[in-house]
Design a protein around this ligand. Structure first.
Ligand code: OAD
Length: 240
């Protein structure tokens, strides 16, 4: 074990208030495609044509076909040892929050409970007409699906570019960033706001910031420790 890892393990072990921010990379080893990078979803498709309210208004069927395809793909994926390590460390910390940009639900599937899903969940649907929201895990026979109550269009319960984050999880994330002693940033390219700014918020008030990512990111420079590798391999060591 490197000295850097020994030090970082000590920060995690000794803190009472731990925050973790995750992105798509944490689910990569589970088989969920990331957005950026050589095999990323945004290499093949333009995010503006699939992940904006304008794209949905223009062609809800096309947007839904893409989400249904992702839902099918994610349904076949299971949590990996990185998710499991995060679920396990939660039990040991009186003050803990896992802030995730992931919509795949794999943190919850791994047993994490104090989770702020700031980009929503691909397993939720919301009526664009009456606003009714519910969990729906099965496929829709017809796309785009419609609301049984009002006949309005159902949309995926995720945050699209240009939309506000859901208030409850984003407030919980900000509150945690203003008090955590340690922030771990794992598997995110740290280019999408507001999560891209979270490490700086924690760092400014003196929290230790630890990054887990095979690649350098815009936040690497402010981190107190950086571990270049897969989260499924590094998180169990860091948190173990
Ligand atoms: P990205 O796809 O932008 O970044 C994934 C990051 O994970 C990259 O920095 C990779 O280097 C890293 N990575 C890849 N494999 C990894 C592994 N095994 N272990 C650890 N890290 C690994 O995903 P996000 O940062 O989550 O939003 O993207 C943020 C937001 O942009 C998403 O929530 C989504 C996307 O557009 C919307 O759709 C609104």
């Amino acid at each position: 074990m490197t000295r850097e890892m020994e030090a970082a393990r000590g920060w995690v072990r000794d803190c009472t208030s731990l925050c973790v921010l995750t992105g798509a990379g944490v689910s990569a080893e589970s088989g969920v495609p990331t957005f950026r990078g050589p095999e990323g979803l945004w290499r093949q498709r333009d995010p503006m044509s699939l992940a904006t309210p304008e794209a949905f208004a223009e062609d809800p069927k096309e947007v839904w076909e893409w989400y249904q395809w992702r839902r099918q793909r994610i349904r076949g994926c299971a949590p990996n040892p990185g998710h499991a390590a995060l679920a396990a460390v939660e039990a040991a910390k009186p003050d803990f929050l896992l802030v995730t940009q992931n919509v795949d639900g794999l943190h919850l599937a791994a047993g994490s409970r104090r989770v702020a899903e700031i980009h929503g969940s691909i397993w939720r649907v919301r009526c664009a007409g009456c606003g009714a929201e519910r969990e729906e895990r099965s496929d829709f026979a017809e796309l785009p699906p419609r609301c049984a109550a009002c006949g309005g269009l159902l949309r995926p319960g995720v945050v699209w570019f240009g939309e506000m984050l859901p208030r409850e999880p984003s407030d919980a994330a900000m509150e945690m960033l203003t008090r955590c002693e340690v922030l771990i940033v794992a598997g995110t390219s740290a280019v999408v706001a507001p999560a891209s700014g979270y490490a700086a918020v924690a760092k400014r008030r003196g929290a230790r910031v630890i990054e887990v990512n095979p690649d350098e990111t815009p936040v690497s420079g402010i981190c107190d420790a950086t571990f270049r590798g897969r989260s499924g391999e590094i998180l169990p060591v860091l948190l173990g």
